[in-house]
Ligand binder design. Structure first.
Ligand SMILES: C[S@@+](CC[C@H](N)C(=O)[O-])C[C@H]1O[C@@H](n2cnc3c(N)ncnc32)[C@H](O)[C@@H]1O
Length: 387
């Protein structure tokens, strides 16, 4: 049997241990948590499966080699020394994806240029020809990661971020990153056995990811292309085997509800779930959250407006309404709110059960869990602490 290879799955900050569990569930035997990622070991079937089925990976890298460098000449020389003909030829295109956190290299564009030159020069010197660069749709995406003086060159098996699931046909304002949405849901521990609601759904990312989780649908089935499919050693038969053995859709017995106050958002999400053939799983409704009620045991995950498009007073009063609606209309709920506005979150007025930091792009957000009392909250003396 072939030796297991080491892979590196990258994720968003805060989802590392959830990702390690997910990788184990997909067949990884050994995992090691690192900053914003998880190293794992296995064969090519595992690599293909992780790309197709992981909800929390942003990309999966195959590290090639690692060295120390503190200047551009050493970087160039060491990259040029590697036998790139193992992965590239003159007819293929390539691109460099640089990630640089180093006092020695402060310009990632320059790093990318040096690595590209080293690879192209090696080919030119050996064959008088060189592969060309295609930044948008390269056959081979090469990741260069510099942390301090350590440089790691890897192949990007995903060929671009896996948050681009391939299902989005339109968007309403700024949708959440799909990996962030899946991670928010997986953080709650919800797995499709209790009703799910996103009452402020915008483009519907949370409800769609919830439906995929509940039905066990791999997120990658909508994506047309993975980087590893262009690799020289790509094994088509193995890929077909992996695809054939992906989990079958499970029956979902609970409602998954997406609501928004804006009819445009509702229209878009309805079209989106229809196009994905998920209409049987996701109920899409127009409603003001303040006018709604929910049964005990419901999981609510929401990402209310942060305030970019609203006046400060309006945003604070909206968060106040969210708090009172949860308290009075959603007894026994497990509610989770993501927001970058600390001030507005203070207006929710309920006692948080837990709180963690997540990043929506570069925006630092708090992700807060509230558990509302079952039954009539007035029956609970300690209900006072809920605001
Ligand atoms: C930040 S967006 C949500 C983005 C969403 N998570 C996504 O991935 O596309 C906030 C949404 O809340 C909706 N909204 C604002 N006030 C609302 C209310 N009172 N009831 C229901 N929806 C509301 C807005 O129309 C907007 O679509």
């Amino acid at each position: 049997m072939a030796q297991p290879e080491k892979f590196h799955a990258k994720t968003l900050k805060g989802f590392e241990s959830l990702l390690a569990d997910e990788l184990k569930s997909l067949g990884a035997e050994r995992t090691e948590i690192v900053n914003r990622g998880v190293a794992f070991y296995g064969g090519r079937a595992l690599l293909y499966r992780v790309n197709l089925a992981s909800r929390l990976s942003i990309r999966v890298l195959l590290p090639l080699f690692r060295f120390e460098a503190t200047d551009a000449d050493t970087l160039y020389r060491r990259v040029k020394r590697y036998d790139w003909s193992l992965h590239l030829d003159n007819k293929m295109t390539f691109a460099i994806d640089p990630v640089v956190h180093s006092p020695y290299f402060n310009n990632s564009h320059y790093v990318s240029q040096k690595v590209k030159d080293a690879i192209a020069d090696r080919f030119r010197e050996q064959t008088h020809l060189r592969p060309s660069v295609n930044k948008d749709q390269p056959d081979l995406l090469i990741n260069v990661h510099i942390s301090g003086r350590w440089v790691t060159l890897s192949l990007d098996s995903s060929g671009g971020s896996l948050h681009k699931r391939g299902y989005r046909t339109g968007q309403f304002e700024a949708p959440l990153n799909e990996v962030l949405a899946a991670g928010m849901i997986m953080t709650t521990g919800w797995s499709g056995d209790t009703p799910f609601l996103d009452p402020m759904c915008g483009s519907g990312t949370l409800a769609i990811e919830a439906a995929l989780i509940a039905a066990g649908i791999p997120p990658g089935i909508f994506r047309k292309q993975y980087g590893f499919e262009n690799w020289k050693d790509f094994d088509q038969e193995l890929m077909e085997h992996v695809v054939k053995n992906l989990p079958q859709e499970k029956e979902v017995k609970v409602p998954i509800i997406a609501r928004d106050i804006d009819p445009e958002a509702v229209k878009l999400v309805r079209q989106q779930v229809e196009q994905m053939e998920l209409s049987h799983l996701v109920e899409v409704e127009q409603a003001d959250f303040a006018d709604t009620k929910g049964a005990e045991g419901i999981t609510i995950v929401m990402n209310p407006p942060y305030g970019e498009r609203m006046k400060p007073g309006d945003i604070e009063s909206l968060y106040g309404i969210i708090g009172t609606t949860l308290k009075h209309n959603y007894p026994g709920a497990d509610a989770w709110i993501l927001s970058s506005s600390k001030q507005a979150m203070g207006r929710v007025g309920l006692k948080p059960a837990s709180k963690r930091m997540l990043y929506n792009g570069s925006l630092e957000c708090s992700y807060v869990n509230y558990k509302t009392f079952k039954g009539n909250w007035k029956d609970h003396k300690s209900g006072e602490s809920q605001g």
